[in-house]
Design a protein around this ligand. Structure first.
Ligand SMILES: Nc1ncnc2c1ncn2[C@@H]1O[C@H](COP(=O)(O)OP(=O)(O)O)[C@@H](O)[C@H]1O
Ligand SMILES: [Mg+2]
Length: 361
């Protein structure tokens, strides 16, 4: 069968931008044709964070849904114009939406993504597939992470014990099926860049610590690291997923317990926390190769620490490291249009593999 064209849109917990990709997808693979990182205006970013912090009215939440729908439309438009692509050649757009709250456990589990898909389809004329996570949650799953199914699809021919490590705002790993373990495993290991970004914004006024150079200038505070690593999330069995609801400024303050540390030492300790909470998990699965992706793979010092903590694992940066998450949602749109269930039940804990997402036309 010929390959079909899909767009994928992802904007993660980091709120660093909207990733848009154009892919050609068929049964035997997914080729990346073009990609674009579209900026989130500072005012919109600030409003999203305010709403996540719970300082909001319902009217503001509704308006945010509209504003994000417009932003995603602009991002798609920018890619189509830059690449001289006719909207009619695109089968569908897979839209993740902006997560506002992810609470997959408890009596009334839910995961809330905003960005009205109706606006996106009305203004582009392209069908949109959105609302991927809630079906999985309705089936008792975590509704996350979803990238493992896509990793399985694109890396199925690698003959090694392979682990994919995505370091976004949160970090998640995928353990590909291998001769020792025939199941697909994937879960959030905990915080990725989110606390590093938060502390950098507070002390340097920058969105992130470029290459981890500021962290490199500090020393690990081992008492603080122990306090952070005692977070119960790290010892929970998988399936599990997390977000800004847990790893946020209050969480960091509770670990600091009012003690003063040099800001660069806290940054260094946070970087060690990210590296250690990832490598502890990767090492459990007797991994041969770890492929890093997400923005954290560009943090040279973080990558250096991950390599040092797993000297016997071959650590490399994945191809399309910045685009894999958005490619996942292009592929999920393909799966939805073909009415194919997604192999996620072992990852998320859902009772069955389901056809995911709603179609907006
Ligand atoms: N050059 C860099 N040096 C250090 N960190 C970086 C660099 N580039 C990106 N990052 C980190 O990656 C984050 C974005 O990662 P991303 O995978 O887009 O996360 P999300 O999926 O949460 O949006 C940024 O917020 C920043 O922390
Ligand atoms: Mg991002």
């Amino acid at each position: 069968m010929d390959k079909e064209r899909y767009i994928g849109i992802m904007s993660g917990t980091s709120l660093d931008g909207v990733d848009v990709v154009l892919c050609e997808i068929g049964t035997d693979g997914c080729d990346l044709i073009a990609s674009l990182a579209y900026p989130i205006p500072l005012e919109l970013r600030a409003d999203i964070l305010t709403i996540i912090e719970g300082k909001h009215t319902l009217e503001q939440v509704g308006q945010l849904d509209h504003r994000l729908g417009v932003l995603f439309t602009q991002a798609v438009g920018a890619l189509l114009i830059r690449e001289h692509i006719d909207a009619g050649s695109i089968k569908a757009i897979g839209l993740h939406g902006q997560t506002l709250w992810h609470a997959p456990d408890g009596a009334y589990p839910f995961s809330l993504q905003l960005g009205d898909p109706n606006i996106l389809t009305a203004r582009t004329g392209i069908p949109v597939v959105a609302d991927f996570r809630r079906k999985d949650i309705a089936l008792g799953g975590q509704g996350a992470p979803f990238a493992p199914a896509f990793h399985e699809f694109i890396f199925k021919n690698i003959n090694a014990r392979l682990c994919v490590v995505n370091i976004g705002g949160m970090a998640n790993i995928t353990v590909l099926p291998n001769p020792v373990n025939d199941k697909l495993i994937g879960y959030d290991t905990g915080c990725g860049n989110v606390l590093l970004d938060l502390w950098t914004a507070e002390h340097l006024g920058e969105p992130y610590d470029k290459e981890g150079e500021w962290a490199r200038s500090g020393n690990v505070e081992y008492g603080l690291l122990d306090a952070m690593m005692s977070e119960p999330y790290f010892s929970l069995p998988y399936p599990k997923s997390t977000g800004r609801e847990k790893f946020n400024a209050e969480w960091l303050q509770s670990c600091l317990r009012g003690k003063t540390h040099a800001p660069e030492d806290v940054q260094r300790t946070l970087l060690e926390l990210t590296a250690l909470s990832i490598t502890n998990e990767v090492l459990q699965f007797h991994t041969d190769i770890a492929l890093l992706c997400g923005g954290g793979a560009k943090n040279g010092f973080l990558v250096e620490r991950i390599k040092a903590l797993m000297p016997n694992v071959e650590v490399a940066i994945a191809q399309h490291a910045d685009e894999i998450e958005a490619m996942t949602f292009a592929w999920l749109a393909y799966k939805r249009l073909h009415e194919e269930a997604v192999n996620l039940k072992e990852v998320t804990g859902a009772s069955e593999n389901a056809v995911l997402g709603g179609i907006y036309v």
